[in-house]
Design a protein around this ligand. Structure first.
Ligand SMILES: [Zn+2]
Length: 505
């Protein structure tokens, strides 16, 4: 056991007790310590403890997430002191106990030696650095016969990062599991965990999923920024018509609004922009998420924590009692929750949910699959927004390109002279000809005819109704994309790649 860690934990406990005893509240005390702590390992622990406390976890409970630092006897004493409300006087005594060796630090993982090699630690640090530098949304580690390959998804596309030898496969896997507080010995069952990291000065929330596969364990890590979410609608919607449609959709006084898209389509960002906008309009917004994706200032965000007895049902009860104007749910988990959400929406409040879905018909198919009573769904449904992201033509190497007017017209474009452009490839765009991305939106507000069909619950008739020519005022994603092609912002090839075959609209 390292004496270095022992002194760090003792100093942390002593200082924490001193600050609490001087009347400084818990969170500011921890923030003060965070600003001064020198041990990088403890710094990360304090940072994560602060994050957990911010989500409503108690102090002892938050420390318990680090069994490799705080021993069972340390945690036992902190828990007892917290329960009795005497943390301020006890922490000093705990510090003395740690220094004298009466209270050990470190747990079995540390006692058995740090399970990860320096090489694996360096490799994992490097992968996080590379992924964050590319603004990747997720990182994938896949075992191969030769070892392990790492890739990340940046701007919606998978990019290879690095390959490792078979000797490093296990140590890298263990290192990631260690960071996410997972069971290091478990190799046969899937596991989910979370790590809060600081990468290149950015606070990153990493959700780790480990899936046993033939050659070992496949790891998927979703990367989310924990910096408070701020996004102006002007930045999100470059097209004023899209922005107006979005504002109109979320201005519904009551009902269910679904914000949908496939993985990596930016729908989460749009959903958070909706919450931020509604909050700025003076509405009381509450969210129930599993887990909280991004922090939105002014929005009451409640994470689902079934192990603490905070399941969907209880959080929805709490929501009913607090009576806000708007409820956001990250993903609708089951039929029972959907039933309750529909009642809340029909009771005069706006309910916004995000959903993994490819298009508008997919949204209704999934809602009906969740056993939503069709007549309730029809009454509650205020609207659907589906989105995709397409890559933008690189401004540094763009040249004029040819495009057939008839091809664009087939997608719903109604203009006259298209001015298409394409990137030839340059250093700034990695020779791809594309840089940055822009979203395509399809906003669907069901009218009476559609609601009548929906109330009967026939999904095939719904598909037929949705495939009919777009209602006045509705612009499909294909038409929105054709406009981007015609104005030189993206290419027909890119639009086809994202939307599939152009005639499927
Ligand atoms: Zn370029």
């Amino acid at each position: 056991m390292s004496s270095h860690l022992k002194e760090s934990v003792a100093a942390f406990s002593e200082k924490f007790g001193f600050l609490l005893g001087s009347g400084v509240p818990l969170v500011p005390s921890l923030e003060t310590i965070l600003a001064e702590v020198v041990d990088p390992r403890l710094e990360e622990v304090v940072r994560q403890v602060l994050g957990r406390i911010g989500e409503g976890t108690g102090f002892a409970e938050a420390l318990a997430a680090f069994p490799d630092v705080f021993s069972p006897s340390y945690l036992g004493m902190v828990r007892a002191a917290e329960n009795q409300g005497i943390l301020d006087t006890m922490m000093g005594k705990i510090a003395a106990g740690v220094r004298e060796g009466i209270i050990p630090v470190g747990g079995p993982a540390l006692a058995a030696g740090d399970p990860t090699t320096a090489e694996a630690r360096a490799a994992v640090d490097r992968l996080f650095d590379l992924a964050v530098a590319r603004e990747a949304t997720d990182l994938h580690l896949v075992p191969t016969p030769a070892g392990l390959t790492a890739s990340c998804r940046a701007a919606g596309r998978l990019v290879d990062l690095e390959s490792f030898s078979a000797a490093l496969r296990e140590p890298i896997t263990v290192r990631v599991k260690f960071l996410a507080h997972l069971d290091l010995a478990e190799k046969w069952l899937p596991q989910d965990g979370r790590a809060q990291l600081t990468v290149a000065g950015k606070a990153i929330d990493a959700r780790v999923n480990v899936l046993p596969v033939a050659l070992g364990e496949k790891i998927t890590i979703s990367l989310l920024s924990r910096d408070p979410f701020r996004l102006t609608l002007d930045r999100l919607f470059t097209d004023p018509a899209d922005r107006a449609a979005f504002l109109d959709l979320i201005s519904a006084p009551a009902g269910l609004v679904i914000i949908a898209g496939p993985h990596g389509s930016g729908k989460t960002t749009t959903a958070y922009a909706a919450l931020q906008t509604l909050h700025e309009q003076g509405k009381a917004v509450t969210s129930i998420e599993s887990p909280v994706g991004m922090i939105v200032e002014g929005v009451a965000q409640a994470p689902v924590r079934p192990h603490l007895g905070l399941d969907w049902n209880q959080l929805l009860n709490a929501f009913d009692r607090s009576d806000p104007d708007v409820l956001f749910v990250g993903e609708i988990p089951d039929a029972e929750t959907l039933g309750r959400l529909l009642k809340i929406a029909l009771g005069g409040r706006l309910v916004i949910a995000s959903m993994h879905a490819d298009d508008v018909s997919d949204v209704f198919r999934r809602l009906l699959d969740l056993q939503a009573p069709p007549h309730l769904l029809a009454s509650a449904m205020a609207g659907v927004m589906v989105q995709r992201l397409v890559r933008k033509v690189c401004p540094d190497c763009a040249t004029d390109a040819r495009v057939k007017k008839t091809d664009l017209a087939a997608l719903g474009w109604r203009g006259d002279k298209p001015r298409a452009r394409e990137g030839k490839g340059c250093d700034r765009c990695n020779r791809s000809g594309y840089r940055g991305r822009v979203a395509l939106y399809d906003v669907f507000r069901p009218g009476k005819t559609f609601k009548d069909i929906l109330a009967q619950g026939h999904s095939t008739r719904l598909d037929a109704a949705l495939a009919a020519p777009a209602a006045p005022g509705r612009r499909t994603m294909a038409a929105a994309g054709a406009t981007l092609v015609a104005t030189g912002q993206t290419t027909l090839a890119e639009l086809t790649r994202v939307l599939g075959s152009p005639d499927q609209d």
